[in-house]
Design a protein around this ligand. Sequence first.
Ligand code: ADP
Length: 485
Amino acid sequence: MNATRGKLDNAELLIEEALVGGEWLRGDAAPIIVDDPYSLDVIGEVPSLSQSQVQWAVDAAAEALPGWAARTATERGRILNRWHDLIAANREDLARIITRENGKTIREARAEIDNGAGYIKYYADHADTALGEIIPSPLPGKRFSVDYEPVGVCAAITPWNFPFAMLARKLGPALAAGCSVVAKPADLTPFSALAIARLALEAGVPKGVLSIVTGNAQQVGEVLTGSPVVRKLSFTGSTGVGAMLAAACAPTVKRMSLELGGNAPLLVFDDADLDIAMETVMIAKFRNAGQTCIAANRIYVQRGILGRFLAALKAKVEALRPGDGFEDDTDIGPLIDERAVAKVDRHLQDALQRGGELLAGGGTANSRLAQPALVAGVARDALLTREETFGPLAGIIAFDTLEEGLALANDTPFGLCAYVCAQDAATIAHASRGLQTGMVGVNNAAISLPSTPFGGIKMSGMGREGSLHGLMEYLNLKYVAQGGL
Ligand code: ADP
């Protein structure tokens, strides 16, 4: 790492090797170079593993599975708790790695460590809560029960926007349930995954139970989805790649958890508390520079509050400072790459061409820093209503009635999350019930917590992460019907 920016206290946490069956490996092919999205410096490189090296990881996971599954849940929980404590003890270094590879501000990176570590702790503490079921016998002399058993070897594929938390949400419940995992982090942000894997080994996670493979996404994906030994895929990323991976999992009939694109609507009703609405919009739209799957992509505002809402939001957006994530006064770090900045600009230009009015920001400070922007009067068919912007552009669309607002919000093939800002109980109840999404944030955008079931419907995916629902994603039911009693 650069000598001063993001320097680690423990340099051994920056690892340029993949973890395969408990061994740190380099690949034969040219490595993947990882750069810092703010400075554009090279941070380091990770191996391009061959398909046979990825297969070793799968084989090692299969070999390690019976021993891990046979441990008591309490013992697995103890190891996961030790892992959590090591992550907490290395919080600052891990946050620096995230800011370096992803660009987000160091404050957001620390929050990501706390959030992700919270998932590991939650599942460490709940490892022994998958209790099984005894069904009151409908027939004399017989006993009917359901045991919960680990799904087996799991594959996890994660994106770059929350490189630690997205992995922690999968590894916490999978390992607690007694599964072994081969995980592939995003090529752009592999270092936080490798660092926490080192800490997992230190905490006592046995060799082979967790592998972190890096390399060409398509080639790695082929091995993981094609293997009959892998019994589940948990994927977070784009809908296109998720659908393709689902098709690749079909011949071996794997279980799947898919957390895909969101295109979230945010509805602000006339009676909304303006301060709460501002807080909700600022988090839902601008957290992580707008690069979250639950980012408010379409902001619908009822006409009675529109003027006051725009004036308040304009002041907030103008005050946002984009820059180096390591600087204390930076609110918004760089976007992940130039393509991301270009997309934000494309959505902005489209909104303006269709009659939108630029109220704040716009433009780019450099090739990866997007200036936060606010556009009012956005057309209902603008590009930003159909594609995820994944950047700091807030487009505001007016509506009149609750029914109209709901119809606009639901006019999408996606269904991850929606937000409602209102005070009237009936409005809140109607809106929450009418929104076709897996999650609804009411006067609240901080919805991703370890004890809550995060996940979507429609083309946003299937399955839940967090809560006991998240643990069940890694457990099979075994129904036992016993006679002769
Ligand atoms: P994003 O738009 O967030 O980058 P992607 O769906 O492209 O989302 O990437 C999410 C994860 O999926 C990353 O780890 C990426 O490397 C991986 N990925 C992308 N394409 C494939 C593929 N063909 N097979 C397997 N994994 C893939």
